[in-house]
Design a protein around this ligand. Structure first.
Ligand SMILES: Nc1ncnc2c1ncn2[C@@H]1O[C@H](COP(=O)(O)OP(=O)(O)OP(=O)(O)O)[C@@H](O)[C@H]1O
Ligand SMILES: [Mg+2]
Length: 270
């Protein structure tokens, strides 16, 4: 949410979504202020990636809307969506680098795909992005020759290659050691500042996201269960937020995916 009077860059209003029969989101309202880093947290399966797919226009809302700069994405055709996505950088949950391309060519890829810039300019832009993530010196290496943490930073450089207005991160910290995790977190904050972008950060990492986010949403059962600034959420008594912040296995968040009674599945139901 924006702390200023400026209209938020991204507005989600009454958003509902179902995958065929399965309702995942039911009437969500969220706001993403300009130049902010906003974290979206929630248990596995709560619909975080689905929200990002709706923001990227890969999915259409069943009800409600996602608007960017006042433009609702739902009614747009493919060409219009393409124009909107051109201003978005995305780091997908299982997004990998192209293994047969060098680090340099991975970052150059979106520039070659989406622009007609001459090679000399692409060269300088790629090195600038790699420099920003501390990997200019690794430009000639292949993904198999760099560590997982470095690969994530290359993916970050690739996500911001086109100087996006919006950056969507899906679990950017997954599988990183504590140092790489902290490096990646400060990079996300820094890139947001340098680009003047708005970043949406989907993650389970409470400590890191509270460190870098301006605002945090917790999603549960298809709804916004809690929201606030990290400072507000750290001291809240809301049991849902406490379960996350205190990393408690038991609490309002169920461990089990909805299932029929166990006995019934095992064929021993009366
Ligand atoms: N393509 C799909 N078809 C049908 N159901 C899906 C599909 N993708 C996701 N789901 C279901 O929608 C729900 C929300 O999924 P989503 O991937 O958005 O969760 P998430 O919060 O990102 O979880 P995680 O933290 O594990 O990544 C889950 O119950 C999931 O099983
Ligand atoms: Mg996900």
């Amino acid at each position: 949410m924006s702390t200023s009077n400026e209209r938020p860059l991204i507005e989600i209003s009454g958003l509902s979504f179902s995958y065929s029969q399965r309702a995942v989101l039911s009437g969500i309202d969220m706001q993403f202020g300009r130049r902010q880093v906003v974290a979206v947290m929630g248990a596995s399966g709560s619909g975080k990636t689905t929200i990002l797919r709706l923001m990227g226009g890969m999915l259409k809302p069943s009800a409600g809307s996602v608007s960017i700069n006042g433009l609702a994405l739902g009614p747009l055709d493919q060409e219009q969506l393409y124009a909107v996505r051109r201003k978005m950088g995305m780091l997908f949950q299982f997004g990998a680098l192209f293994t047969d391309l060098t680090v340099f060519e991975n970052v150059a890829f979106p520039l070659r795909e989406h622009t007609d810039l001459p090679d000399a300019i692409i060269h300088d832009l790629v090195l600038m992005k790699l420099h920003a993530v501390g990997l200019r010196g690794a430009h000639a290496l292949r993904p198999s020759q760099i560590s997982g943490g470095m690969a994530r930073r290359v993916a970050l450089a690739r996500a911001v290659a086109l100087d996006p207005e919006v950056i969507l991160y899906d679990e950017p910290f997954a599988g990183l050691d504590p140092i790489s995790l902290s490096v990646t977190a400060s990079l996300i904050r820094r890139l947001n500042t340098v680009l003047g972008a708005t970043s949406v950060l989907v993650t389970h990492e409470v400590n890191e996201s509270f460190e870098i986010a301006d605002y945090v949403y917790f999603i549960s059962n298809g709804r916004v269960a809690a929201q606030g600034t990290p400072a507000e959420l750290k001291v809240t008594t809301d049991p849902f937020v406490r379960q996350f912040v205190d990393a408690a296995p038991d609490g309002p968040v169920p461990f089990h995916y909805p299932a029929p009674p166990y006995a019934q599945d095992l064929g021993i139901a009366p």
